[in-house]
Design a protein around this ligand. Structure first.
Ligand SMILES: [Zn+2]
Ligand SMILES: [Zn+2]
Length: 397
């Protein structure tokens, strides 16, 4: 297909986004006003799937054993494009990560593609991925093979800067518990086993290890149970700890060291340790060819973007697991003034501001244009695969 023909289709996509704009704002606000935390996103999931169904998508609800996950499909055969939607909120502070916008952008992009390309050759899948904030919905869905065979996977996250390409760290979450023996802390401390000493030892040992960390390594945590009273030797303590690294291989090395630290603290104090390991997220690798394509589309939409400052800290996200399977992008779109960080009350306000509302159509268009490029340009699909092989040293799943 010629560039002119593709440009005409993109014009139609943008026009459909303008038509759909009030509805996109409505979706974003309804999700924002009804924040639901991990795996409880029943209202958001119902809203988004109803919307997709109404626009001709074939919706499968409850994917990979997750009630609030979904796959909405339009078209058939190859190529296959995955547009991801998140819609979970944070406890207490609601949509402070702006996932109401991620859900709206993803579903909006699918709908406007469908409306602008009623006879498309290929398949559009809008994939609803619950519980990004701690539940790792995408990890479970990746293990179930939901993302296998996608030519491209894409989503967009709101923040205080527009970035095309930004990685994330691999992470393993832990719950650590120590079981000791209570005793009077003054009259008979020698007959107790101090579970708090064991826990403190874990934190001290992590700090001792810190000098030998490779760059970008993070191990951090909080003590969630430290004891009952100052005059009782604590017989039970608990902590939540996250171990993060640049890549999966080094994360595994760190995990082994971390377990030894916990076991050593048990040995030193006589307390019994219990280690509960949660779902790990893999590191995020953004596909360079797909990043470039998305960047050109943002340029055409007049959206300025920045290169993230070198050495700036990053977090972790379950899109990492998707990016390890198929060519993936996870760009960020600026919705507020720089300095308003995610996971704050200020960011929750920004996620339903006039500026964010305005960007519901722009964001959906940027994703839909990028999906159209992948659908309509066979040579781009080859480039995505070539980038994937170069960056990850293997073929896409
Ligand atoms: Zn978040
Ligand atoms: Zn987020």
């Amino acid at each position: 297909m010629s560039d002119n023909e593709i440009d005409e289709i993109k014009e139609r996509i943008a026009a459909e986004a303008r038509v759909l704009h009030p509805r996109l704002i409505g979706m974003s606000h309804t999700i924002h006003e009804n924040p639901e935390t991990l795996f409880q996103e029943h209202k958001a999931s119902a809203l988004l799937t109803d919307e997709l169904e109404e626009h001709g998508f074939d919706v499968q609800r409850g994917v990979a054993g997750l009630d609030t996950a979904f796959v909405a499909t339009y078209g058939s055969g190859e190529p296959v494009i995955g547009i991801l939607a998140e819609y979970d909120a944070l406890p207490k502070i609601g949509h402070a990560c702006g996932h109401n916008l991620i859900g709206t952008w993803g579903v909006g992009a699918g709908i406007i593609l469908r409306r602008a390309m009623p006879d498309l050759k290929g398949t559009i899948k809008v994939i609803g991925t619950p519980a990004e904030e701690g539940g790792g919905g995408k990890v479970t869905m990746a293990e179930a093979g939901v993302f296998n065979g996608l030519d491209a996977a894409m989503m967009m996250h709101p923040r205080d800067h527009t970035y095309l390409d930004r990685g994330s760290l691999a992470v393993t979450p832990y719950e650590i518990e120590f079981f000791g023996k209570p005793a009077h802390a003054s009259s008979s401390p020698e007959s107790g086993v101090n579970a708090l000493d064991a826990m403190l030892q874990v934190f001290f040992s992590i700090n001792a290890l810190r000098q030998a960390f490779k760059p970008n390594t993070r191990i951090h945590g909080v003590i969630t149970h430290g004891g009952e009273a100052a005059n009782v030797i604590p017989d039970y303590t608990a902590a939540s700890i996250l171990v993060r690294a640049d890549d999966q291989a080094y994360l595994e090395e760190l995990n082994a060291k971390f377990r030894k630290i916990v076991e050593a603290a048990a040995l030193a104090t006589g307390a019994e340790a219990k280690i509960t390991e949660g779902l790990s997220y893999k590191q995020r690798v953004c596909n360079t060819a797909l990043v470039e394509t998305f960047g050109k589309n943002l340029d055409a939409l007049g959206v300025e973007h920045e290169v993230p400052p070198a050495g700036a800290g990053v977090g972790s996200s379950d899109i990492g697991d998707v990016s390890q399977l198929v060519p993936t992008i996870h760009p960020y779109m600026q919705i507020c003034e720089p300095g308003i960080g995610g996971h704050t009350r200020e960011f929750a306000v920004a996620a339903a501001s006039e500026r964010a509302d305005e960007l519901t159509a722009t964001g959906a268009t940027a994703l839909a244009w990028t999906a159209a490029d992948v659908l309509l340009r066979p040579e781009l699909r080859d480039q995505l695969k070539a980038s994937f092989r170069e960056q990850l040293g293997r073929d896409p799943a």
